[in-house]
Design a protein around this ligand. Structure first.
Ligand code: HEC
Ligand code: HEC
Length: 427
């Protein structure tokens, strides 16, 4: 007879037996109820661990990128204030090494005020495109932008070349060969400067402009060699993943139950890992996620406005000052320029050390990690282009709406706080 009604005592006995079995099994295997990751989850966790971070991409357009003397010079240039118009601004004023290589401000403050947030540098050599909109295709070319930007260093090319010649000539020549003769050049001249500087630049002989451009490009290459050494370090999350992989129950205490739940949501219904993946928790790509613009009257078009700038940049991978053979410039040659989804899209930031550098998003629009996660839970439509996140009034082919409760939001934010670790760089 199969239908024997189970007595309460029978149930209790079965349950006790079951529990005893589980206990015996976990004693044997080191498994606990906290460790319930599926094989698929475990693979995802391993792929996000810092142990999996490959060496940075190699940049064929910069032959000194791995030369220690270039990194040493680059580090000094990074902190050099004499390049700037007011003799007070250096790269390090905004990218402060003691502050996650950023400034904690909603938008950058140089000789004037910018319109986007200062980006952290750690791990940046893994990124094929630089800036929030990816308008530069190499680290060295990126470094030249702020020097001539009216609100950052506010300087110009001849001034910069002369400062380099006066204070760093020996180090420069050891790396790049003889410094060209800069005597007789105007103090202030450059193609991006004010009207007087631009016309002074136009009056210079083409071969002298080229000399200055080459010195300028080489300065960028030394700075890039330094930035390449700036690397994020191990976090509690990495220690937790290592413990999960080793089935080390004790080691898994590196994260609390709330943080583990946040991680589960990050991988699962929060859909965060579709964009924030790999050891740096970024896909190095651009997405429109409907972040409210800083200036509603003139919303920032992000990547949508940048793809026309890169091919025209004289300091790109295919340009005269690049060390790469044209065939090596894969990213630039195959850059997609007509993708409508890039309108209002910004680079996915790495989430390493994210808790240490509020405020968030491309113009510091959101104050806290809770605000950021709540933004995803809300998934508002975008002011410019279309948000990739599914939201009311816009279904999405691949994406389900992100539904997170108030306590889910807190748990995901708690998880994000486990991603902090020390930053190292060449000294
Ligand atoms: C006035 C503050 C300021 C100064 C000075 C400054 N930066 Fe920046 N930096 C920013 C801002 C703001 C952004 C983002 C701008 C954008 O996306 O348009 C940025 C972006 C970057 C990025 C891109 C990172 C990424 O992930 O794409 C790098 C690299 C960088 N800066 C390096 C430098 C270097 C090198 C110097 C000195 C030559 C420098 N910065 C000077 C504020 C500054
Ligand atoms: C469709 C891709 C995508 C998805 C999905 C996504 N993000 Fe993002 N994330 C981005 C992009 C792009 C930005 C930068 C947006 C901007 O500045 O306008 C960003 C910014 C952030 C920031 C701010 C970092 C900083 O330095 O400013 C955090 C934190 C963050 N995301 C966490 C999450 C979490 C948690 C989830 C899941 C709930 C998530 N993201 C889902 C692409 C995505």
């Amino acid at each position: 007879m199969s239908g024997v009604p189970c007595s309460r005592a029978g149930w209790t006995f079965a349950a006790t037996l079951g529990l005893a079995l589980v206990a015996a099994l976990s004693a044997l295997t080191g498994f606990t109820s906290a460790d319930t990751w599926t094989a698929e989850d475990r693979a995802a966790l391993a792929s996000m661990s810092l142990d999996r971070l490959p060496p940075p991409r190699s940049d064929p357009s910069n032959v000194v990128e791995s030369v220690p003397a270039a990194a040493a010079l680059g580090q000094r240039l990074f902190a050099e204030v004499r390049f700037s118009r007011n003799q007070a601004v250096s790269c390090a004023s905004c990218h402060a090494p003691g502050r996650q290589f950023q400034d904690g401000l909603p938008v950058g403050q140089g000789v004037g005020t910018g319109s986007r947030r200062t980006m952290p540098i750690a791990g940046v050599a893994h990124s094929p495109w630089l800036f929030w909109d990816g308008r530069k295709d190499s680290l060295w070319s990126q470094a030249l932008g702020p020097l001539e930007d009216a609100v950052e260093h506010g300087s110009n090319r001849t001034r910069i070349a002369k400062v380099l010649n006066t204070h760093y000539r020996a180090e420069y020549e050891a790396l790049f060969g003889p410094m060209p003769d800069l005597t007789g050049l105007p103090e202030d001249a450059g193609p991006q400067g004010n009207a007087a500087e631009q016309s002074a630049w136009q009056r210079m002989a083409p071969n002298r402009r080229e000399d200055v451009n080459r010195v300028f490009a080489n300065l960028g290459k030394a700075i890039a060699a330094f930035e390449r050494t700036v690397t994020p370090g191990e976090s509690r999350f990495d220690r937790y993943v290592r413990a999960v992989m080793a089935r080390d129950t004790e080691g898994q205490r590196a994260m609390s139950a709330q943080e583990i739940n946040g991680l589960r949501l990050f991988l699962g219904k929060g859909q965060c890992a579709t964009c924030h993946n790999g050891p740096l928790l970024t896909d190095q790509h651009f997405h429109n996620t409907g972040v409210p613009p800083r200036d509603a009257a003139r919303p920032d078009r992000g990547r949508g406005a940048a793809t026309t700038k890169v091919p025209q940049d004289e300091f790109n991978c295919l340009g005269k000052y690049s060390d790469a053979a044209p065939a090596a410039c894969q990213e630039l040659r195959f850059m997609v320029t007509d993708d409508p989804s890039m309108e209002g899209a910004f680079k996915t930031p790495s989430l390493r050390n994210v808790a240490l550098r509020a405020p968030y998003m491309h113009a510091g629009q959101l104050a806290s990690l809770e605000d950021v996660v709540a933004h995803y839970a809300k998934s508002p439509p975008s002011a410019v282009g279309h948000s990739e996140l599914a939201h009311e009034g816009r279904a999405h082919a691949e994406r389900k709406p992100i539904r997170l409760s108030a306590s889910d939001v807190r748990d995901v934010a708690a998880f994000l706080r486990t991603l902090s670790g020390p930053i190292t760089f060449a000294e």
